[in-house]
Design a protein. Structure first.
Length: 618
């Protein structure tokens, strides 16, 4: 009986592969940092087809046009004859009368090398990008390597990675090939393809079980400064706390973390952070960071991505469930997908004892301050729905500030209404039970569903006023309910190039300050014609030196309002870096700071609600 069942299984596997799209990525014969990809198709039924690469992918909220990294594309029929095609745009190819289409081949360039050349395109966020460095590292975010035929997204893929025999692939996928030179994976459809990143490099990984979940952490450290084992203790502690916090909301049995540390003589990437997937996350951080800083970032950033396994990966609207890679439609609910997830990434740390209540409050205070750099009256639903276009995309980073604060206030509102019995986490748990990975909700009906799962019509009032409405969120009102006062005071006037100085980065290669593309420019920067893609080399002849950065910042604090200032910048003009001076009169930003602190004498009701909120206990 066992032998018969095995034979039938082999036959079923053969049949599935015969009907799948075999996609081969060649990591052995790499030339000029370009990887060859071939796609072999089952017999085509349609005469006219469109072949796409993604315009964007879930979780990025930006138009990246991954097809622009493709070159030398060719289409063949089943007799090996090359077919003619029309290139519709960067991402789309159209073929007429292509019933005999059998194979597509092309070369893939990586996105990391483009990050310092923004003359033509906005750089791809590094954790969703690709890196090709022969003999060193291949960061394979699959949406940057593999395309799809329109109306064939549900056809299975057989992914074959031809690799150097001394390379290891960190991924959540299961290799079905025992060969040392190839890895073979079977994926149910194109959505599963884009949900499955891989990182190939010389072996540096650890596997362990934490909280009943198998983890693999693969690390690429170009100078050898770090090893995967360096981060095990902190990662294990974090995962155990997360699993306890989520309880039955998380059903993951495995999870893979691909940690790419930028440095050495590799590409100078700027987009540090992570991108979520159902069973994995790709993380990019600078190798120069001290270990303690990397550990803290893993706790904050990787935990955020892991919480995405609940929302939106397993609880989401139709826009995400039926994601259109070629012409994406955005959901209204970034306040929940990103904001609520960011809130979870902080809340679990206080509730599971990783930080104390003063540290938690400090984090929320920073989010209140940072949120003031954005339009506080722009409805979050409108911003979210239109996040790919101006003026809304410049407000995107507010999802991690005001978005998290909206979830915090809704958490407090629910606990107040329920006498501490229900919070935001309970609401999300009930929502995930009502829907789930294979049952999306209708985007414009979410608030009705939240009323249903909580039983409180007041949730709709909160939503209409502060999430879908244009009323600024009254943080003082909600924090007062849990025994916290907010004092308002005018900040010391600040001279800087962006509204939130904390979003400043550093380019080691150019010894210059660099800024995230989503950062809001300060009034001074706007007045002198500064662009967000410019890099700051010096102010009034005082050059940027990362080893003496405090001296540089100290000088900026001596600058008076109206003072003549010369800023030396590096600007990208048609792919060439040009050094120039921008001159103008200093404009110092004044901000009203809202500083929260725990009340010295909270009422018994406030103290009880505060305890329930910060511990998660009823």
């Amino acid at each position: 009986m066992r032998k018969t069942v095995l034979s039938l299984g082999i036959f079923a596997s053969f049949l599935a592969n015969a009907q799948s799209i075999k996609t081969t990525i060649d990591l052995v014969n790499v030339k000029d940092d370009k990887v060859a990809v071939t796609m072999d198709f089952p017999k085509m039924k349609s005469g006219d087809i469109k072949f796409h690469f993604p315009k964007t992918v879930p979780g990025t909220y930006s138009i990246d046009d991954y097809g622009r990294f493709i070159e030398g594309i060719k289409f063949y029929d089943n007799k090996g004859k090359e077919l003619t095609y029309t290139k519709v745009n960067d991402n789309t190819y159209s073929l007429k009368n292509a019933q005999g289409l059998s194979k597509i081949s092309y070369l893939v360039n990586d996105s990391f090398d483009e990050e310092n050349d923004t003359s033509k395109h906005k750089a791809v966020f590094s954790p969703s990008g690709t890196d090709i460095e022969a003999g060193k590292i291949y960061m394979i975010n699959t949406h940057g390597f593999i395309g799809y035929i329109e109306n064939m997204q549900d056809v299975p893929y057989q992914l074959v990675i031809q690799k150097p025999t001394d390379f290891y692939g960190t991924t959540a996928l299961v290799d079905q090939d025992k060969s040392e030179s190839t890895d073979t994976y079977t994926l149910a459809n194109y959505a599963k393809v884009t949900d499955s990143p891989l990182m190939y490099t010389k072996p540096d990984y650890i596997t362990f079980n934490a909280g009943g979940m198998d983890l693999v952490l693969g690390v690429y450290s170009p100078t050898g400064k770090y090893k995967a084992a360096d981060f095990k203790e902190n990662l294990e502690k974090m995962v155990v706390a997360q699993k306890k916090f989520l309880g039955d909301m998380n059903t993951n049995k495995k999870y893979a973390i691909m940690l790419y540390l930028s440095g050495g003589d590799g590409p100078r990437v700027k987009g540090f952070g992570a991108l979520e997937h159902h069973e994995s996350t790709s993380v990019v951080l600078p190798e120069v960071m001290p270990k303690e800083a990397i550990d803290n970032t893993i706790t904050d950033v990787v935990s955020h991505e892991f919480f995405h396994t609940v929302n939106p990966l397993k609880t989401h609207s139709e826009e995400i469930h039926y994601f259109d890679y070629a012409d994406p439609k955005m959901s209204q609910h970034l306040w929940m997908y990103e904001g609520g997830t960011e809130y979870f990434a902080n809340l679990f740390q206080i509730q599971e004892g990783l930080i104390n209540k003063d540290q938690f409050l400090q984090r929320m205070a920073e989010k209140i301050a940072n949120s003031k750099s954005y339009d506080d009256t722009m409805p979050f639903t409108v911003m979210s729905k239109n996040v790919l276009v101006e003026p809304y995309k410049d407000q995107y980073r507010n999802v991690y500030e005001k978005g998290a604060l909206l979830a915090m206030c809704l958490d407090i509102e629910l606990r107040k209404l329920s006498n501490g019995e229900m919070g935001y986490r309970d609401m999300i748990r009930k929502l995930s039970q009502r829907f789930g990975e294979n049952k999306p909700f209708k985007d414009d009906k979410l608030i009705d569903e939240l009323v249903t799962v909580t039983g409180y019509p007041q949730v709709k009032d909160f939503y209409n006023q502060y999430i879908a409405g244009n009323q600024p969120t009254p943080y003082a009102k909600y924090l007062s309910m849990v025994g916290i006062d907010i004092k308002k005071q005018e900040s010391q006037p600040v001279f800087w190039f962006i509204k939130d100085p904390n979003q400043t980065g550093f380019d080691e290669k150019n010894n210059a300050f660099a800024f995230d593309d989503h950062s809001a420019l300060s009034p001074f920067a706007k007045s002198i014609g500064f662009k967000i893609t410019d890099q700051v080399l010096a102010i009034d002849g005082k050059t940027v030196d990362i080893k003496k950065v405090q001296d540089f910042i100290a000088y900026t604090r001596t600058i008076k309002d109206g003072q003549d200032v010369t800023v030396t910048i590096l600007r990208d003009n048609a792919g060439k870096k040009e050094k120039m001076n921008l001159k103008g009169k200093a404009i110092l930003d004044k901000m009203i700071l809202e500083t929260p602190s725990f009340k010295a004498n909270p009422t018994p009701e406030e103290l009880k609600l505060q305890t329930q909120w910060l511990t998660g206990k009823k």
